[in-house]
Every structure is written in structure tokens, then in C-alpha cells.
Design a protein. Structure first.
Length: 245
């Protein structure tokens, strides 16, 4: 069935299922290809089939699905887990932390690499997630980083001023020493951009090894004393939207 109205906004079917919080867009495409989704009573196998959300009836596995309430939560990610929905090698992912919980489909907002820990947001609200990760949001992200030796003032200045790495500038918005031991130190690093392995690349270029990397804050959302591997739902004041602290 083709939509006759020309002034109604249309979206691909897979995107509609994703925005309804029923599946990721990739998972939705698989469901559609398997014949599990109908539009206006007819099975559709094209993930890009145009749908008007306000008018068309989308049915999954024979039951009409009403939009699921949006949910927002954060996890204290343990080290050693992948930030992905599944892994082809069978390695543990962050979803292990939600085993047994009755939750709708949720996706991580941004990511932390396998060796990193700390604050990781999840939601089924794709628009909110896009706002959090967008460079235009300007949300600072704060990390505590343990390094294998003591930094000198010149090295700290290079971290702030930035280095040309992988064909582009990499800098820390702020960096300060939290504490120093005999052989290693903890830094507090603030970023306002999210390039892949941003902190690790800067430190490696300056001949530092990262012993631990923990994200402790996004905007005004703080990790606090949430135990490792635990999660909680954000309250309304934390959702709309996280602001700079």
C-alpha cells in the first residue's frame, strides 16, 4: 500500500521499529526480512518501506505494537566487557549486566572500549541518544586515568595543546593531576569531543601506558557510588537533557 498523502513525513520501516524502541535498526531489518512485520495488515520485507508513523498500522509477529515508554539508565561498566549488542567471537558484552532484568530493547549511548570502565548511558530513545553524542551538544565527559609514570609540566601542556594524530588534532580540554604515587599517577581528563580511543592515543604518543581509565561524568551526570556492574534508571531531572556541571 502506497501512502497517498504528500505532506506526511515518511520513514523507512526499520527506522520506525527502532524509534518505537522495539529493536535496533539492524535487528529490525532482520525481523522484516524474516516476514515478521506487517504494515496495514500486509507482510513487508523491505526495511526501507515508507511508513507514516501517525497513520500506518505496524504489526510485529501478529500483534499490533504500541510505542513502548522511553527508558533512560546508566551502568557502571566493568572492565573487560564490549560495548556492543552481540559479539561474533562470543565475548562478554555490557548486556551481561542486565541479565534477568525486564527491560525493553535499549542501546548504549556512545561507547567505552573493552579495557575502560565507568559511566555508560543506555536508552531506547534514539533522538535523545543522538543529542547526547552530537558534537553540537557540547557535553563535557570527565575521566580518571591512571598512568604508569609521573608526568612533567611539559607533558601536561602537550596534552592540553594537542597532538596531530591519525591525520587530525587530538587534545584534552582540561587535564590535571589528581594524585601521584611513587611510580604512577592519576589524571583527571575532560573531553568535549569523542574520537575513538582519544585519551589512549594522546598518552601513547607521549610514551605513557594507561593502567586504568574510568569515565566518571557526562555533563552533570555523575557516576557517584554506583557499584561496578550495577545500573539504575535516571530520574526525570537527569533526562532533559544532561547539562554541563
Amino acid at each position: 500500500m502506497k501512502n497517498s498523502a504528500t505532506n506526511e513525513k515518511r520513514y523507512g520501516l526499520a527506522r520506525v521499529l527502532s524509534k518505537m524502541g522495539l529493536a535496533s535498526r539492524t535487528e529490525a531489518a532482520r525481523m522484516i526480512a524474516a516476514g515478521s512485520v506487517s504494515v496495514n495488515g500486509r507482510i513487508v520485507r523491505d526495511p526501507e518501506f515508507p511508513v507514516v508513523r501517525e497513520r500506518d498500522s505496524v504489526t510485529l509477529s501478529g500483534l499490533e505494537q504500541k510505542p513502548i515508554e522511553n527508558i533512560y539508565l546508566y551502568l557502571n561498566k566493568p572492565r573487560g566487557l564490549l560495548t556492543t549488542t552481540s559479539d561474533e567471537k562470543g565475548r562478554d558484552t555490557v548486556y551481561r549486566c542486565f541479565d534477568g532484568a525486564e527491560l525493553p530493547w535499549i542501546a548504549p549511548v556512545g561507547r567505552l572500549d573493552k579495557a575502560s570502565e565507568g559511566l555508560l548511558l543506555f536508552t531506547n530513545d534514539t533522538e535523545w541518544a543522538a543529542m547526547i553524542t552530537s558534537p553540537e551538544s557540547g557535553l563535557d565527559k570527565t575521566y580518571h586515568v591512571q598512568i604508569n609514570r609521573l608526568p612533567n609540566p611539559d607533558e601536561l601542556e602537550k596534552m592540553r595543546c594537542g597532538l596531530e594524530l591519525d591525520g587530525g588534532p587530538h587534545a584534552m580540554k582540561q587535564v590535571s593531576v589528581l594524585r601521584m604515587g611513587v611510580k604512577n599517577a592519576w589524571l583527571e581528563v575532560v573531553l568535549d569531543q569523542g574520537k575513538n580511543r582519544h585519551i589512549r592515543k594522546i598518552l601513547a604518543a607521549l610514551n605513557f601506558d594507561v593502567l586504568r581509565l574510568i569515565r566518571v561524568q557526562i555533563g552533570n551526570l555523575k557516576l557517584g557510588d554506583l557499584p561496578k556492574g550495577a545500573w539504575r534508571v535516571l530520574d526525570k531531572s537527569e533526562i532533559s537533557p544532561p547539562k554541563q556541571s
